[in-house]
Design a protein around this ligand. Structure first.
Ligand code: SF4
Length: 318
């Protein structure tokens, strides 16, 4: 989703060198047809198909996959062996329980009543079945999840990965999905990642939140995401994991913020200086103390007046 049509065409021409050079790839349907042709060969040649699972059903031993593209079905039906790798919180007691969750998942993810494909697999192909693998294995992954039980972060185990918290998050919209450094992006990743790899490695993620609360209000599982991010921030602070430059910087900011006249003067000066230096392009490509941002993306220069002066002007106009 983050590539343009032309970039996809460029990648296809670079990698699919066995196809005619003069083929037309200007339309999305032509790109789709080429991708489908290449991928179908791989699906048909594979001995093993590895999938995750949106849910596992304890009552029947079923794994469930939800997709809109059918890629999950091709992976689990065509190869001889199907291996499911799913984390333990995906287990639901009964089929009736899961039927509720499937509806909630599709609505919260894409606004559909149900996904295009909802596939239930319960073991290998039986005599008389038209398709299916000869072998079927389920691998349950804990990877730190059971240690979350009974802690402040237990609520996170209710997550059904619908993505609603990401789709509504203003930070996620600005920085994109590749900026989170590990498997899970967005607000749910900011809570789950430190639980799985430790706050020492993932502690910067809960700091990348405005705490606007939108994620919690849209979450269908009512997971208190901002509250749990706050817990992680407290732990990071208590363990002195925050770099000293940030601690001193925040201390200085707090000192200035408690002196409104000084704060207003300071923000005016900083805004004018930044605006002057970025007058040609309107953005910064590099900046001292902000390389963590500018190494990866441009930093927009301040536009117009400060928030304080705009607010004063509008309030006076009423
Ligand atoms: S935290 Fe809630 S909104 Fe976000 S992916 Fe999980 S269930 Fe969906």
């Amino acid at each position: 989703m983050h590539l343009t049509k032309d970039q996809v065409e460029g990648d296809f021409r670079r990698v699919h060198t066995h196809l005619p050079k003069d083929r037309d790839l200007t339309e999305p349907t032509q790109l789709l047809t080429e991708a489908r042709g290449i991928l179908r060969e791989k699906f048909l040649a594979a001995d093993i198909g590895v999938t995750g699972a949106n849910f596992l059903v304890a009552e029947t031993g079923t794994s469930i996959i939800v997709t809109n593209e059918g890629n999950g079905d091709l992976t689990q039906i065509l190869p001889k062996c199907h291996i499911v790798i799913a984390s333990i919180e995906k287990i639901t007691p009964t089929l009736e329980d899961v039927s509720q969750l499937l509806r909630v998942l599709a609505r919260s993810a894409t606004g559909q009543e149900m996904s295009v494909y909802t596939t239930l697999s319960t073991g290998p192909r039986r005599p008389g079945d038209l398709d299916g693998p000869e072998e079927y294995h389920v691998v349950l992954l804990d990877n730190g999840r059971s240690s979350m039980i009974g802690t402040d972060f237990q609520h996170m185990l209710r997550c059904i990965r619908c993505g609603a918290c990401m789709n509504h998050c203003p930070v996620y919209h600005a920085v994109g999905g590749h900026a989170y450094g590990w498997v899970y992006p967005g607000p749910m990743g900011a809570v789950l990642t430190p639980s799985l790899i430790g706050v020492e490695k993932g502690g910067q993620l809960p700091n990348a939140s405005t705490f606007c609360g939108r994620c919690e209000s849209v979450c269908p599982m009512r997971i208190p995401l901002p509250g749990m991010m706050r817990h992680w921030r407290e732990r990071e602070f208590e363990r002195h994991l925050t770099p000293s430059s940030m601690r001193y910087g925040l201390g200085l900011w707090a000192w200035v913020a408690q002196r409104p006249k000084l704060y207003r003067l300071g923000t005016r000066i900083v805004m004018h200086v930044m605006g002057y230096y970025a007058r040609k392009t309107g953005k910064f490509y590099a900046m001292p103390f902000a390389s963590g941002w500018t190494d990866w993306r441009d930093l927009p220069a301040p536009q117009g007046k400060t928030f304080q002066s705009e607010w004063k002007k509008r309030r006076g106009a009423k």
